[in-house]
Design a protein around this ligand. Sequence first.
Ligand SMILES: NC(=O)c1ccc[n+]([C@@H]2O[C@H](COP(=O)([O-])OP(=O)(O)OC[C@H]3O[C@@H](n4cnc5c(N)ncnc54)[C@H](O)[C@@H]3O)[C@@H](O)[C@H]2O)c1
Length: 255
Amino acid sequence: MSDELFGKIVLVTGAGSGIGLAASQLFADQGATVIAADINLVSAKLLASKIVDNGGQCEAIQVDIGDPVSVASLFHQIKQRYSRLDAAFNNAGISDAQFSWIDFPLEQWQRMIDVNLNGVFYCLREELKMMSEQDAVDGLRGQIVNTSSGAGLIPAPGQPHYTAAKHAVLGLTRSAAQDFSRQGIRVNSILPGLTETAMIVTQPQSMLDALAKMSPTGKLGQPIDVARVAVWLCSPAAQWVNGQAIVTDGGSLMH
Ligand SMILES: NC(=O)c1ccc[n+]([C@@H]2O[C@H](COP(=O)([O-])OP(=O)(O)OC[C@H]3O[C@@H](n4cnc5c(N)ncnc54)[C@H](O)[C@@H]3O)[C@@H](O)[C@H]2O)c1
């Protein structure tokens, strides 16, 4: 087990389930103090107590990343309780049904953009502010990873809102990396392929089986497969990786 993250303070959004949960456990296993933020405080608290019971350090905080006031409150609490923020995994997100473009429900459009795009921006700008004001350690002030999706490169059918938001996350990532590199802050994104989490369990099993068969690996991703990449990108070992979009899908997008 690497101890590169020992003593680091790490924020994970969407920590209560799926990829965020797996990443939080891995960060804690590697010695980081995890701030587990989620709109679902019950699941974040459950995760935090599991980590603490296993000898790790984790605190659950409720946030709705789609609400700038809620995000400001999250960072106010982080600043009050912790001396610094070494890494952030901006991972919380929502999925949605497929809709026709012609009568696309505007409230669905708005909520998707509020959470999957604006939410990343709200968190990112607080992180950049906090990190740029803290002392550098070995020339590094912070590492940030944003969760996009395969839909950040290839459109998800009937989901222009999800597709647009996930494409935009790549732009936000590169913009932040460009503007904050000189301050010792690295910003990258990961693009998971279909991963077995609560987000996809509502899909018909036959469709999931068909998609798994189409992957070169013959299977769907597991949360830990994606979490490992996110945790590595948040570690000092990845400090020469910057502004990148790392596809974490077992090779599905090769096709
Ligand atoms: N599972 C996949 O196949 C897949 C594929 C590509 C990208 N992704 C992306 O991965 C990320 C994590 O998804 P997952 O698959 O682990 O899903 P998940 O549903 O298991 O977990 C998402 C977590 O985000 C939290 N959340 C939702 N809205 C929130 C909000 N407004 N504020 C704070 N927390 C909120 C949920 O409560 C949940 O704990 C998402 O950004 C998703 O778009 C997932």
